[in-house]
Design a protein around this ligand. Structure first.
Ligand SMILES: *Cc1c(COP(=O)(O)O)cnc(C)c1O
Length: 392
């Protein structure tokens, strides 16, 4: 750090230079984030100092959080939920699994002295092979064994595989409503039945799909409507058009939420359920603003435009004999393309396009977010064709 500070002008000039090096979303087809809505940005700025880690000082923001949570609960078919606004899908997933593990350990402790029990094995969690990498962090942080269930030909988790991985140390299951790589939705109704039969928790990771599926023409059973679903992660900072960091974690049962409680002796409030301490109230206000400004109608329009663009792109690609690995369910496309890694890097180097890849099966991955336009797709397709033609 400098001994004496720089002038405002100097700082602005440095920041402008840095900002100029950031990519704008105009050529980004790889991200699940997008420009936040203007009304969200405005609210974010207005509440910039608000700290939800000490919400006794910020009663107004706290009230907005409760309103956001209850609107999300209503959207996900359970008005009587508990939860909080997180920094995103990763924190929501960590906390959901932490609550499962805490309750599992409490139950074992009450039966026997846990650590002395020779038969005690590590608790395990059954996740689809397509689960987001945040579950690898979950496993590491919580010391929970991750059991990855295989996928069927449509890249949904195989219900049989999930069933075969459950044993007496399984704390719960994870289902994905909108997988990060393929945008696929697992057979959550069947997983809900399995969870109920085995009396274990079922967490639905709808970080991406939570703001897509409820607004699609076709209806999907993925939320609290299914009786076995015990918690849901949903991210306003992805398709919810809010500002970063804005995620939400919802529990059906307050008992599960209670297992996350920590005492906070020197704050205005005496308990905390969050992973982080200091927490952005700005993102809370931003989410409240955009959800109430758009309403369901506004999100329906957003999703329907993204799907229209997705179909338009698929038609253009079909004309070039390029096809998706699975029929896209939402605005995420994984393409069957030779030499994906090379194509990806050449698109970036030669044409400044950001696309990503899927691992298994290997494909070129495109996310059609609200910043994408028909013109953008037209010019992308031309450039992709140039790259593919030159491979032959
Ligand atoms: C994006 C995503 C996450 C992680 O969310 P962050 O907000 O990046 O922490 C988790 N699960 C799924 C399915 C996602 O798409």
């Amino acid at each position: 750090m400098n001994e004496t500070g720089l002038s405002e002008e100097e700082i602005r000039s440095i920041l402008n230079d840095s900002k100029a090096q950031d990519l704008t979303y105009e050529r980004v087809l790889s991200s699940m984030c997008t420009y936040p809505h203007k009304i969200a940005v405005e609210a974010h700025m207005q509440f910039i100092e608000s700290n939800m880690g000490d919400f006794g000082l910020f009663r107004g923001t706290y009230d907005l959080e409760k309103k956001v949570l209850s609107a999300l609960g209503e959207l996900l078919h359970e008005t009587n939920i508990v939860g909080y606004m997180t920094t995103g899908g990763t924190e929501s997933n960590i906390q959901a699994i932490r609550s499962m593990r805490n309750i599992f350990l409490q139950q074992h402790k009450s039966q026997d002295s846990l650590l002395e029990d020779q038969n005690f094995e590590r608790p395990n969690l059954v996740v689809p092979d397509s689960a987001h990498f945040s579950f690898d962090k979950v496993s590491d942080i919580l010391d929970v064994e991750l059991r990855k269930a295989s996928l069927d030909k449509d890249l949904k988790v195989s219900v049989e595989s999930v069933g075969s991985l459950i044993d007496q140390n399984t704390i719960g299951l994870v289902a994905i409503a909108g997988s990060t790589e393929f945008g696929q939705v697992d057979p959550i109704k069947e997983l809900s039945d399995i969870a109920l039969e085995n009396n274990i928790f079922l967490h639905v990771d709808a970080a991406f799909g939570g703001f897509v599926l409820p607004f699609m023409e076709k209806s999907y059973d993925f939320d609290f409507k299914l009786p076995g679903v015990t918690s849901i992660a949903i991210d306003p900072h992805k398709m919810g058009l809010s500002t970063i960091p804005s995620g939400a974690l919802l529990f059906r049962d307050s008992h599960q939420f209670e297992s996350l409680r920590a005492d906070t002796p020197y704050l205005t409030v005496s308990t905390q359920y969050t992973l982080t301490g200091t927490r952005s109230g700005a993102a809370v206000a931003a989410t409240y603003a955009v959800m109430n400004f758009l309403g369901k109608e506004g999100y329906r329009e957003t999703v329907s435009r993204c799907m229209e663009l997705t179909d338009y792109l698929l038609d253009k690609l079909a004309e070039m004999d390029v096809y998706p690995l699975i029929e896209p369910v939402m605005n995420v496309i994984a393409l069957e393309v030779p030499e994906c890694d090379l194509v990806r890097s050449r698109l970036a180097k030669e044409f400044n396009w950001q696309v990503s890849i899927t691992q298994n099966p290997h494909g070129l991955r495109l996310v059609i977010m609200p910043h994408v336009s028909f013109e953008m797709i037209d010019s992308f397709v031309v450039d992709l064709k140039k790259v593919l033609d030159s491979l032959e």
